[in-house]
Design a protein around this ligand. Structure first.
Ligand SMILES: [Zn+2]
Length: 100
């Protein structure tokens, strides 16, 4: 299956798509995604069987659009999110902010 970029509509195999995830935000349960094709940056929530896109406001994230990814699974860790699909898996780490 191919997963589309919502900005430019390029489509990616899961390995390329999830390798472009970074910076897991555990508080809002979001990962950042930077499109390898157009460079658009988006925040998304990995959910069982789908990806959720939407908007952060007031310290919460409202999912507005969903992209179905059958078989998608996720496991939250202390400083990471583990994503798996079929036999493949990807780890998205939390960026540790250095104290100012
Ligand atoms: Zn794109």
């Amino acid at each position: 299956m191919l997963i589309p970029c919502l900005a430019c509509e390029a489509r990616f195999v899961p390995d390329d798509y999830f390798a472009a995830c970074s910076d897991y935000n555990r508080g809002l349960d979001l990962v950042s995604w930077t499109c390898p094709h157009c460079g658009n940056r988006d925040d998304l929530r990995v959910l069982p069987g789908e990806l959720g896109f939407g908007y952060s406001r007031g310290g919460r994230f409202d999912v507005q659009d969903r992209v179905r990814v059958p078989g998608l699974r996720r496991q939250r860790g202390e400083l990471r999110l583990d994503i798996s699909l079929d036999a493949a898996s990807w780890r998205v780490r939390t960026r540790v902010r250095q104290p100012a």
